[in-house]
Write a protein that binds this ligand. Structure first.
Ligand code: FES
Length: 291
């Protein structure tokens, strides 16, 4: 039994849900995720655990309402039981003392990078957080990021808050000003590709989190195959964290675009092909078969 303990609206179509899940709360590490199946016989949705309280036995996830499963989950009442939660899943993020670390994230990636920032700070690193959004209203978890980082930098594309511009522009400026030992980046394909293009010539180690379509999240179905360092890897068991300088972002982009509307809410598309655009499904499946 996994009752919903608390719900909070963070931004348009983005909600936080706290869930009682004692065994996961005790074991989950930064960078890991869970597969949540809200109702029996329904689809599962993989979500990063952004917070945990081992004493209370609760975990917190952040959901973008993109499809039926995510809306079922966010529509659950307080104390209502979630049917099943599998986890923790995935390989924990590398949390080591490196020195000065920059954590860059945009969109819902801010929720995913938050526990990594906390872990890196606890490990003794000086953590600089850089978050970005199109406009102030779309910025997520600013207060929590300020607590988790030693220094925060914020960019909005329309200039409605802090610096006008892109998070990657702030990163570039920071790297020119001071020595940085590692960069962690989570966000869109464009964000992570740009971050890696900035850090690679400067020889700054860069870790990214890749979130392709996932189905079973157990390494059995092959849906989350990616190319990293000329090898085929599975994001759900080998990742989701990878060395950004070795990621084939073109291949990753094809996979992300195949089901853009159903990222993180994908069981419907793969288990019910008749409900999907046949051209899109063919593109996705041919991508798997070519890998
Ligand atoms: Fe099936 Fe990763 S989701 S192998």
């Amino acid at each position: 039994m996994f009752p919903v303990i608390n719900k909070q609206i963070l931004a348009k179509n983005i909600k936080r849900i706290d869930i009682a899940a004692e065994h996961i709360a005790r074991r989950v590490q930064p960078g890991q995720f869970v597969l949540i199946r809200p109702v029996e016989g329904g689809e599962g949705i993989p979500l990063s655990v952004i917070d945990q309280d081992p004493d209370k036995g609760t975990i917190s996830v952040i959901i973008r309402e993109l499809g039926e499963t995510s809306q079922t989950l966010t529509g659950m009442a307080l104390k209502q039981n979630i049917h099943a939660i599998l986890g923790p899943l995935g390989t924990p993020a590398q949390i080591k003392k490196k020195g000065a670390v920059v954590c860059v994230a945009t969109g819902i990636g801010v929720a995913q990078i938050l526990p990594i920032c906390r872990g890196l700070k606890e490990a003794g690193n000086k953590v600089v957080g850089i978050i970005g959004a199109r406009t102030k209203r779309e910025l997520l978890l600013e207060a929590q990021m300020r607590l988790a980082c030693d220094r925060m930098m914020i960019a909005t594309e329309d200039g409605t808050y802090e610096r006008r511009g892109l998070a990657t522009e702030l990163l570039e400026r920071l790297l020119d000003e001071q020595g940085i030992d590692q960069v962690n980046a989570i966000g869109s394909v464009d964000l992570m590709r740009t971050v890696c293009a900035i850090t690679k010539p400067r020889k700054v180690k860069t870790l990214v989190q890749l979130r392709p379509m996932m189905v079973d999240c157990l390494g059995l179905c092959g849906a989350c195959r990616l190319k990293v360092g000329n090898k085929t890897v599975l994001a759900c068991v080998d990742g989701p964290e990878f060395d950004g300088h070795r990621v084939d972002f073109d291949d990753y982009e094809i996979r992300m675009n195949a089901f853009k509307e159903q990222i993180w809410d994908n069981r419907k598309a793969t288990s019910n092909p008749s409900g999907s655009d046949p051209k899109t499904l063919t593109k996705f499946l041919s991508g798997i078969l070519k890998s």
